[in-house]
Design a protein around this ligand. Structure first.
Ligand code: G6P
Length: 617
């Protein structure tokens, strides 16, 4: 993971880089560092902890210069201390480098460099890379750019890097493979970053660097700023300049205490955005251009394989239920990390759907590449426009949830489920496997969802109130059946991610095969027990919990009597179609996790050990 940002222009780089690091902090927050070029000096500052710790530590120091690179780290190699923090500097101080990714063959290279007399101070793979480039440059007496080409041709692994040097004091070199890198083109300046959030304030013109491309960003003393892109084979590339759709207000908290709460509250709007132009309740239509353009692939699909990680995998499970029920196509949902390494059977007539908020998750990207090699048709459901997964797929649908900054995913989940629901309906209609009357009532129900989400959000105060009772619970169990089973998994994930309370999600009936042994008067059990689906069955499961003194928190349909009577706390949500319940019922679960975490004093937007964009496997 890690976030990198670089600036070269006429302004002071420091404030731009620090602001950029704050925006990228969701990618990792173990340590932060910066390098600024000023009067022939490469001033490097780094600090264990957050970007604000770095800011504090540089007070009174020379942070001037209009050229700089900065890094926020999620530790992979070596503990998160100051020595392992980026930037890393070459032995003689001529080169400074920041890196997001993992150099897999760094041990072999390191051994060789040690033999050649190089000394290492950190445990990182990044220090090996900067020393390697420097060693090639010095021993072969070639230019820095050539040395970068040669070094990157020999490393195995993933990288997005930015390099500053004394040899090219008016240039920054950036390169990528596997990890994302976006270049912003301003009037008299360039920015480069792991995503567009540090860039949007300065320019909307961006270039997404492709794998194995190297860009030299220069600001000559005279003349216009220059960008030269080549690939590892030294072939010149013509940059494709794209327009960012993001706006600055999307990246701010807008009066909310945390991004997570803001993003929970944004859901009615983001759902409207996800639906916009895709359903028409008057004409009774659902249209996804990514499906229509490749209708035959879907209609002739032997099966659909959904791959994803974390919350996206949970959304995939809801998608499985919906696609199988309405489009009658067999669906398998796989953890991308398992799929990519287990030599799965994938056929050319399979459709693989990759779900990813960031569009950068390394395992999901690798799963996409594997499925592509095996000839499957790849469909992406991504949130970040222009992201690596979105670009690696044959077709797809953006979720349009807008930037999600809280590490725990909320609005991205509802938008993913929404797109999958539309997909199931669109395919059901094309295949004729959904009754016209069902289609019509589901389309109507989808159209009503944003308003119903607003109603659910009015329960916030009630949830905040009873959340206090569970602040010191040590374990939680989440139960659901049918479409609500993936939701139980997602509710449990939200709680453990941000409050550090152990929580497990389970299919309610499976509780009897293990988790029931854990239930006692101390154990809160969250049950999603809405009216449609297996209501009677879940009532029996609740009875089983009650018989063992477990405390029930239930999410029920408006007007429910039976489950409410069995519950210690209940949250009512409006009735909707069964397949759409997860979109409404996830809101109380998100709010419950949020309030418990806040009560416990946890950093909900940046929970310990986690990062939002997992660009390492
Ligand atoms: C990380 C995040 C999760 C996210 C998962 C998959 O673990 O903390 O919130 O669900 O990655 O990310 P993706 O961007 O592929 O959806």
């Amino acid at each position: 993971m890690c976030g990198i940002v670089a600036y070269i222009g006429k302004k002071q780089a420091y404030p731009i880089l620090i602001k950029g690091l704050h925006r990228l902090e969701y990618r990792g927050y173990d340590s932060a560092g910066i390098c600024l070029y000023n009067h022939n000096r490469l001033n490097v500052y780094k600090k264990r902890g957050k970007v604000s710790d770095l800011e504090e530590s540089v007070q009174g120091k020379d942070v001037s210069g209009s050229l700089g690179i900065a890094h926020t780290r999620w530790a992979t190699h070596g503990e998160p201390n100051q020595i392992n923090a980026h930037p890393h500097v070459s032995q003689y101080g001529d080169l400074v480098l920041i890196h997001n990714g993992i150099i897999e063959n760094y041990q072999t290279i390191k051994k060789e460099l040690i033999k050649q007399g190089r000394t290492f101070y950190s445990e990182t793979d990044t220090e090996v890379l900067v020393q390697f480039i420097d060693y090639i440059r010095m021993s072969s007496n070639i230019s820095l750019v050539d040395a970068v080409h040669q070094a990157l041709s020999q490393v195995v692994g993933a990288y997005a890097i930015a390099i500053m040097s004394k040899e090219m004091p008016r240039s920054i070199i950036v390169a990528r493979k596997g990890s994302p890198l976006v270049i912003g083109i301003g009037k008299d300046e360039f920015l480069a970053a792991s995503d567009a959030t540090p860039i949007v304030e300065y320019t909307k013109d961006v270039v997404y660097l492709e794998d194995e491309e190297i860009a030299v960003l220069s600001l000559p003393l005279r003349g216009k700023p220059k960008m030269e892109i080549t690939n590892l084979k030294n072939v010149k590339k013509v940059p494709l300049i794209q327009k960012l759709e993001m706006s600055l207000s999307m990246l701010e908290k807008n009066g909310f205490p945390h991004f997570m709460l803001k993003e929970i509250y944004e859901q009615p709007r983001t759902l409207r955005d996800s639906l916009s132009g895709r359903i028409n309740v008057d004409l009774n239509t659902v249209s996804l251009s990514g499906v229509i353009d490749h209708k035959d692939k879907f209609l002739n699909a032997r099966r659909i394989i959904i791959v994803g990680c974390g919350t996206s995998w949970h959304a995939g499970l809801v998608g499985e239920y919906a696609i199988e029920e309405y489009a009658r196509i067999p669906v398998e949902v796989e953890y991308a990390s398992e799929f990519r390494y287990r030599d799965p059977l994938v056929y050319p007539d399979d459709v693989v759907i990759a779900i990813s908020q960031s569009g950068e998750t390394a395992d999901t990207l690798a799963a996409v590449k594997l499925a592509k090699q095996k000839g499957a048709f790849i469909y992406g459901i991504c949130n970040v426009v222009g992201s690596s997964i979105a670009r690696a797929t044959d077709s797809g649908t953006y979720t349009h949830a807008g930037p999600e900054i809280g590490v725990a995913s909320t609005k991205a989940f509802t938008a993913q489920v929404c797109v999958l629901t539309l997909l199931a309906l669109a395919l059901g209609k094309l295949k004729g496997t959904i009754k016209p009357s069902r289609f019509e009532s589901i389309v109507k129900a989808i159209h009503e969802l944003p308003e119903k989400m607003e109603q659910v959000l009015t329960k916030n105060v009630q949830i905040a109130d009873f959340a206090k009772i569970f602040t010191y619970s040590r374990n939680f169990l989440y139960l659901g059946r049918g479409y609500n089973y993936p939701l139980a998994l997602e509710g449990a994930l939200k709680l453990k991610e941000i409050s550090y309370i152990h929580a497990e999600g389970y299919p309610a009936a499976e509780m009897k095969h293990g988790p029931i042994a854990l239930i006692d008067a101390e154990m809160p059990i969250v049950v999603i027990a809405t009216k449609k689906g297996n209501y009677e069955k879940i009532v029996s499961n609740i009875q089983e919990v009650k018989a063992r003194q477990g405390r029930i928190i239930s999410i029920v349909s408006e007007g429910d009597v039976e489950v409410k009577a069995l519950s210690d706390f209940s949250v009512e949500i409006p009735e909707t179609e069964e397949m759409l319940v997860p979109i409404l019922a996830c809101i109380p679960l998100q709010l419950l996790a949020y309030h418990i975490a806040v009560q416990r004093g946890c950093n909900v937007d940046q929970p310990r050990n986690l990062a939002k964009s997992v660009t390492v496997e």
